[in-house]
Design a protein around this ligand. Structure first.
Ligand SMILES: *[C@@H]1O[C@H](CO)[C@@H](O)[C@H](O)[C@H]1NC(C)=O
Ligand SMILES: *[C@@H]1O[C@H](CO)[C@@H](O)[C@H](O)[C@H]1NC(C)=O
Ligand SMILES: *[C@@H]1O[C@H](CO)[C@@H](O)[C@H](O)[C@H]1NC(C)=O
Length: 209
């Protein structure tokens, strides 16, 4: 929840916006949101350096309806090959997944590994809700079935998902002092840049690090 985040001041967050072409658009009459792509990049096998985890994610971060408290398994991938460890305050690079299976995004983000190797960083890739295996309501068919279920498919919810996972992971790894550098491509970078800046910085006193 956002309220929990505001009690955690030690999330140093920097953003690098990348612009890689995708099909996501927003018009001035619409809030920017993902369209459901008919052909999405699918699962891509990865080397054993990439370890898969699930986080039990809250369906709805902003309301208090009964269904808001439903959860789903959100996938994230960690590569600790280059990490200097929490004792050295080595950075955590977080790739904010966008409109694809997260394994596909790992496979096209080689630059991210170069960053980590240069800075002894931990690599974390978080899958966007409603993609890959991070599917609310048990299956893609159910999740995409109707507007009730699709109502939780928004960029605001996705942003809160990422914040939850990052905070949880930092605690888990005793890495609360490690700076977090958030990277995203296109939708994942540019749109989130705006929201993180406007929503989270004000609420949580995050700072660029
Ligand atoms: C994560 O959750 C998905 C969907 O529930 C499941 O298919 C997958 O096996 C889980 N992965 C891990 C590493 O637990
Ligand atoms: C990190 O520091 C703590 C406290 O000084 C110590 O107990 C722990 O062994 C260290 N961990 C590593 C991996 O060096
Ligand atoms: C976080 O901690 C849980 C145990 O509470 C563990 O099962 C999980 O694998 C940890 N995640 C990471 C990325 O270390």
């Amino acid at each position: 929840m956002i309220s929990e985040m505001s009690r955690t001041p030690l999330l140093n967050l920097a953003l690098i916006s990348m612009f890689i072409g995708t099909s996501v658009t927003a018009t001035h009459t619409n809030r920017p949101r993902l369209s459901i792509l008919t052909e999405k990049p699918d699962y891509v096998p990865l080397t054993p350096d990439f370890v898969f985890y699930n986080y039990t994610q809250t369906l709805d971060h902003f309301n208090y309806k009964p269904e808001s408290y439903m959860t789903f398994q959100q996938r994230y991938i960690v590569n600790s090959k280059y990490w200097g460890g929490s004792n050295t305050s080595s950075p955590i690079f977080v790739y904010m997944g966008a409109e694809a299976d997260v394994t596909f995004q790992v496979s096209v983000s080689g630059f991210f590994e170069i960053l980590a190797s240069q800075f002894h960083g931990l690599l974390v890739y978080i899958e966007h809700r409603y993609y890959g295996t991070s599917m609310p309501f048990g299956s893609k068919e159910e999740a995409y079935k109707d507007s009730n279920n699709l109502g939780f498919f928004s960029s605001e919810q996705a942003l809160a998902d990422y914040a939850q996972i990052i905070l949880n992971l930092k605690q888990n790894l005793s890495a609360t002092h490690c700076p977090v550098i958030v990277v995203g491509g296109s939708y994942g970078g540019s749109k989130f840049y705006l929201w993180v800046y406007t929503c989270l910085f004000k609420l949580t006193k995050l700072k660029f690090g």
